[in-house]
Design a protein around this ligand. Sequence first.
Ligand SMILES: [Zn+2]
Length: 355
Amino acid sequence: MVKAPNKIETWQMVAPGKMERATIDVPELKPGEVLVEIAGCGICHSDIRYFYGCMPMVTPRTLGHEISGTIVAGDTDLIGKEVIVPAVMPDNTCPICKAGRENRCLSAKIPGYTMGIYGGNSSHIAVPSADLCYIKEKNGIPLSHLAVVADAVASTYQAVKRADVQPGDLVIVVGATGGAGIYATQICAAMGAKEVIGIARNQAKLKRALKFGATHVISSLNKTAKDVRNEFNAYCMSKGISPFYGWKILEWTGVAEGQEIALELLPFIGKLVIAGYGMHKNELSLSRLMALDADVAGTWACLPKYYPEVLDMVLSRTIQIEPFIKIIPMSRIKEAYEETRRGSLMHRIVLTPDF
Ligand SMILES: [Zn+2]
């Protein structure tokens, strides 16, 4: 039985590094909006950046933008339906949306960021129903787990689309073991890439990547970009593939070292998609792109229209999510944020409301 509550239980960020329990009113639903009872909310690295003050944030507010749940109020036809809430819900009316780039809509609703005090670390959230991704059959995957589809998996899919990965392609994933990289290797493999080379620092996680789409891995621990280049060349030679043209590179680390590796490996007629975020500035020769006739693109969030395709890949277990998820009750959110900040986790945490 679904029931609409009078109040929303939530964990509010009240200052950098400080979170408090709060009970807030359910906002009045506007036309086209529904109230979702949250089943799971994943912790994303951007939540960590905002919470610990690496990026400015107006408080109080509830963080969390990786949400799955059940509709409990609003349009009566929709009540009881299980959904994934896209991390970025566009207005679908502005020139950017009209250009087919809704994922970067400047008026988009993003839980935890552009929706006032409301975010996913809550019992419920009011959202527009227009772009929700409806789940018909969960195929044995708990609804809470599907929260990671909202951002980690979907944004990775968008990045792979941006790179235009095609059957037979040669792909490098820098940051292959991170929260998105683990899905990037799988999605590239699912798209038919012939080679998916994972680059990262953590040996145990690199070994794991070989079971999830990576055809080869290179550890970048204590190595220069040139060292990685030499190892990459040696691998290509051993496989009879040229290291010097055609590779598509997805960069997920968002740190200078990772980006340096990506640029070092960028080949003739190659394509580099920047999918990780950092605040540093890079020193690079832009003219190299001219000489290489190469493309560099950014990618952000995911078009709502891709969500059903992404969900199908997850439900058919073409992309595995369960080995990468750790469920922690919402009441232990402070500990969960700390654990994520330390960065040693093999799993992404999904919080399940218990308050
Ligand atoms: Zn728009």
